[in-house]
Design a protein around this ligand. Structure first.
Ligand SMILES: Cc1ncc(COP(=O)(O)O)c(C=O)c1O
Length: 456
């Protein structure tokens, strides 16, 4: 081709922000792709819905068969600002033009520093802070434990029943659920202790007793299992994620945090899932009125680029010896550029307020539905992190995983991507993009209403 002929690529049509199902879900091309996958990818890697995605924009995923799915998973609480946000793509492109990677511990760069400044400013606590960056939530959890042990000189780490903290070894040890996360992978790192979680809906002596009894059981389990002075840190998710969006009674974490402070035990809030505006605050710890010594972040921090962090008191983070923390890709330049753009947009659009509005709307519709269908045992969560727990109904709170599976299948058939969760797979988690339109939110709630009717 002569070199003076300009070649222009036709502009790509934006993806219409509409749910559209044109084949069975998954469609024939996805089914063929799944066969390829089974022959190439290890079987241990799961798939919520094996429709293969070609493009994603806003709240919509376009699959290889031309179906447009409405995304109520957001890559498991990652794409809080929706897919394909142009400002983030521009920031990433600009960073690519500058450099992709130097390794911050070899040749540092401003973007890493700027992300730490933003984390220090946005996490709860009006004290001097420091941050360190990593590439995944699990890695950040591991490092929070390293920091806590190194600075306190103590070994014990207390985690909670139902908790989820990731899949690397220390994170897995802190995670409560055996199947599928831990079974067969033992032995785990030592010095991990577990306390009961205040799961009000299922507290044996009733909801009203949860706070006092759970707190007493927590104190007792720390005292008897390990001894206060041997505990470096207590780690918890402010709202349980994988376990089904379980919200502890108001004031519970404050009681725990105050007690920890009395005993020189550090408080680690694992905000990997709850952080970055998802629950209606920048961080769920703020709502709880606590200022954790360490806050672990990940997921939505960069709206889809692998980044995570640990932020906390300067005195704690600075006490770890130089070279003790880091990693080749930790705080990668491109991920940092994406994080800076993400946090700027979250500030500009007041993302916490968006999450609160979404939550109010979802809870109102689902509560009305609960009046009709007693298999909806509980609707819970905060902001745009709302869960449904299905039970047998008629006063019987036995978990109902079959109902959850049927509900999810009905949603998937209509092109609404929702995920099942909970210790018995009896819960649904709803994690829409915080930027979802009213129309799409209403559309999703209509689908869910039909799905409950079909499944029940
Ligand atoms: C609360 C919590 N902590 C840690 C993790 C682990 O993060 P990652 O999967 O990025 O390693 C997750 C992931 O779901 C999480 O929800």
């Amino acid at each position: 081709m002569p070199s003076d002929i300009a070649v222009t690529t036709p502009a790509r049509q934006p993806l219409t922000q509409q749910r559209r199902v044109v084949t069975s879900i998954p469609g024939p091309k996805s089914v063929a792709m799944q066969e390829r996958r089974l022959a190439a990818v290890g079987n241990s890697v799961g798939a919520v819905l094996p429709t293969y995605i070609e493009r994603a924009e806003g709240s919509i995923l376009l699959d290889v068969d031309g179906n447009q799915l409405l995304d109520f998973g957001s890559g498991i609480a990652v794409n809080a600002l929706g897919h394909g946000r142009p400002e983030i793509a521009d920031a990433v492109r600009a960073q690519l033009d500058d450099f992709a990677h130097t390794c911050f511990t070899v040749s540092p760069y401003e973007e890493y520093v700027a992300v730490c400044e933003q984390l220090n400013a946005h996490t709860p606590g009006d004290f001097e802070k420091r941050s360190v960056l990593f590439s995944s939530g699990s890695e950040a959890v591991e490092n929070a434990v390293k920091i806590a042990r190194s600075t306190t000189g103590r070994q014990g780490i207390v985690a909670f029943d139902y908790g989820y903290h990731g899949r690397t070894y220390m994170a897995m040890a802190l995670t409560a659920k055996a199947l599928p996360y831990k079974s067969g992978f033992a032995p785990f790192p030592a010095e991990v202790y577990r306390a009961p979680f205040p799961y009000s809906y299922r507290w044996p002596t009733g909801e009203a007793n949860t706070l006092e009894e759970a707190f007493a059981a927590f104190v007792d389990s720390v005292h008897t299992q390990v001894g206060e002075k041997n505990v470096a840190a207590v780690i918890f998710e402010p709202i349980l994620g994988e376990a089904g969006f379980i919200v502890p009674p108001a004031g519970y974490w404050k009681r725990v945090a105050d007690w920890c402070a009395l005993h020189g035990i550090l408080v680690i809030a694992d905000e990997v899932q709850t952080g970055f505006c998802r629950t209606g605050d920048w961080f769920a710890s703020s709502y709880e009125g606590i200022e954790p010594d360490l806050v672990v972040t990940g997921k939505a921090i960069a709206n889809g680029y692998p980044l995570a962090g640990v932020t906390g008191r300067a005195s704690i983070l600075d006490a770890v010896p130089k070279g003790g923390l880091g990693g080749t890709y930790a705080g990668n330049g491109i991920a940092c550029a994406a994080a800076l753009a993400t946090m700027k947009i979250m500030d500009e659009v007041d993302a916490p307020a968006l999450a609160r509005t979404i939550g109010t709307k979802i809870v109102a519709r689902l509560t009305a539905l609960q009046q009709k269908y007693d298999v909806i045992g509980e609707i819970r969560g905060r902001g745009a992190m709302i869960g449904i727990e299905f039970v047998l109904g008629a006063g019987d709170k036995t978990p109902h995983p079959e109902m959850a599976a049927a509900f999810v299948a009905a949603c998937h058939r209509e092109g609404l991507l929702v995920m099942v969760t909970g210790d018995k797979k009896q819960c649904i988690r709803l994690l829409p993009p915080l930027t979802i339109s009213d129309e799409l939110l209403d559309d999703a709630l209509d689908v869910m209403e039909r799905a409950v009717a079909t499944a029940a």
